[in-house]
Ligand binder design. Structure first.
Ligand SMILES: *[C@@H]1O[C@H](CO)[C@@H](O)[C@H](O)[C@H]1NC(C)=O
Ligand SMILES: *[C@@H]1O[C@H](CO)[C@@H](O)[C@H](O)[C@H]1NC(C)=O
Ligand SMILES: *[C@@H]1O[C@H](CO)[C@@H](O)[C@H](O)[C@H]1NC(C)=O
Length: 467
């Protein structure tokens, strides 16, 4: 049985012939004569970008860093996508990666470079050397782009035809194995040891416009949406939101390229399903949030656009009666804080019968969602500015100063142990944090802070004596 194996320069292929062979055999022949995608060039650009990244660090501004990080990741992604396109992969390949993806990526990288350049100019921080490198990166990217339009797009249709043929050929003989699932219910991380300096810091698409909101990554994304980011802004009265904004990569979020766009929940004035309050999360393609004027968590399925809900216990504080606060101010409509971690979705709130202390419940992903196990804590919500979950542990923050927030409290749902002496500090980029959520896909903490989007790396204790 002879199948095409290993490296396979896809766009170099023009002609393919499917032959009639003895039963059980499938032979695909190809002729290759065309120019290869300039991988070495891409590699150079990538090296230059990360070199740039290293060089700039001493004189860093975090904004510049996150742009460079965005660019760095973007190039890596591009490289990966190109490789996938070129190889007949090993069965983990779920579908045809459109060459359009790469075109879009090119455009996006260019936008990112422009933005980076603007930032650079503004800050006057880069050395002449780095400037030269930037210039080189730009030139290379231009060339890559030219290559793209001349070579890639032209071949697109031929490639797709070819791939269809190959898929038919291959699937006829070897049905693709089902994807392996990660082990269920286990959490690879221990206790949180520290939080990094801000890694991502961006004003996004609407600099300074919406003070309240939330953003992040879906921990259990649908296939093909693994790198997507979402953003929900309270566009009316710092209180309501009507849609989920989506970005297909970190760099599109930073560059403010809103592709693939919004998913609207409801068009007009507040109604039952309107998002109320900033502490929302996206999980498995559905947005979980406190809905308008209700003691309820609503779940909006972005695919079907259907909203289902679950009622919280009698006595639960809602409609801005159980908010996160610090000495100077409370954050309106933060009664219900939705959170994600390795195990799913949680809701953190308070009730009259708990005298304003934090209560934590697991949300079960049934249809409609239901309230699972509940834990009661002895931390008073008025002294807490936000909470998040990581590895089954609830963490709470408090306000220290306009530059500093402290993770001071934890509650372990496995052992029931409470700690008030966590003492991990977070450097803030703006005074207030309106939403804070942990992303189990990349162990980042995403904060929405006075309209800025800020991310921190979570550093775990991997010593293993935690469980
Ligand atoms: C940065 O922008 C300036 C003008 O604002 C332009 O002259 C320069 O060529 C740009 N550099 C790069 C690397 O794009
Ligand atoms: C924790 O991280 C901060 C940077 O955010 C760093 O300054 C500090 O030294 C770290 N603390 C420990 C104990 O590692
Ligand atoms: C959303 O609806 C689709 C179609 O019914 C379903 O497959 C998916 O599981 C739903 N997602 C959630 C989170 O309920």
């Amino acid at each position: 049985m002879k199948l095409l194996q290993a490296v396979f320069p896809l766009w170099a292929l023009i002609g393919v012939t499917r032959q009639t062979n003895p039963p059980g055999q499938c032979v695909c022949e190809f002729s290759s004569s065309e120019q290869m995608f300039p991988h070495n060039k891409l590699k150079t650009v990538q090296d230059e970008a990360s070199d740039c990244n290293t060089k700039v660090t001493p004189s860093k501004t975090v904004e510049l860093q996150s742009l460079l990080l965005g660019l760095d990741r973007r190039l890596a992604q591009l490289h990966e996508d190109v490789s996938v396109l070129e190889k007949e992969d090993d069965g983990d390949l779920y579908g045809v990666l459109s060459l359009h993806v790469i075109q879009n990526e090119m455009t996006e990288i260019r936008l990112l470079l422009d933005k980076l350049n603007a930032t650079t100019e503004e800050h006057h921080r880069l050395t002449a050397d780095t400037e030269r490198q930037m210039e080189a990166v730009r030139e290379e990217m231009d060339q890559l782009e030219k290559f793209d339009t001349q070579e890639v797009v032209k071949r697109q249709q031929a490639n797709q035809r070819l791939r269809r043929d190959l898929d038919q050929c291959r699937n006829g003989l070897h049905p693709a194995p089902p994807p392996t699932k990660p082990p269920h219910g286990s959490c690879p991380h221990g206790e949180i040891l520290n939080i990094s300096e801000p890694r991502i810091y961006t004003a996004g698409e609407y600099p300074g416009s919406y003070k309240y909101g939330a953003w992040g990554r879906d921990p259990k994304p649908e296939h093909g949406k693994e790198n997507w980011y979402w953003l929900v802004m309270m566009t009316s009265s710092n209180r309501y939101a009507h849609y989920v904004r989506q970005y297909h990569s970190l760099s599109s979020l930073i560059a403010g390229v809103n592709v693939p766009g919004n998913v609207q929940i409801h068009s007009s004035n507040p109604t039952t399903n309107t998002i109320q309050g900033p502490n929302v999360v996206l999980y498995a393609g559905a947005l979980y949030y406190n809905c308008y004027n209700q003691r309820q968590v609503c779940r909006f399925n972005l695919t079907t656009k259907i909203v289902t809900n679950v009622e919280l216990p009698e006595g639960t504080r809602y409609n801005s009666k159980g908010n996160f606060c610090h000495l100077d101010e409370c954050y309106p409509y933060t009664d219900l804080d939705l959170a994600t971690d390795e195990s799913g979705v949680w809701v953190i709130y308070t009730t009259s019968q708990d005298f304003g202390n934090l209560v934590l419940s697991k949300l079960e992903k049934s249809e409609p969602p239901t309230l699972g196990q509940t834990w009661r804590t002895s931390v008073y919500k008025l002294g807490v500015t936000n909470t998040f979950m990581a590895c089954g542990v609830l963490y709470a923050t408090r306000y220290v100063s306009k530059d500093m927030e402290e993770i001071f409290y934890s509650f372990d749902t496995v052992t029931g142990k409470e700690r008030f002496n966590i003492g991990i500090f977070m450097n803030k980029m703006a005074t207030n944090i309106q939403a804070l959520n942990y992303s189990p896909v990349d162990q980042m903490l995403h904060a929405y802070s006075d309209s800025y989007m800020v991310s921190y790396e979570v550093i775990f204790d991997l010593s293993g004596d935690y469980f």
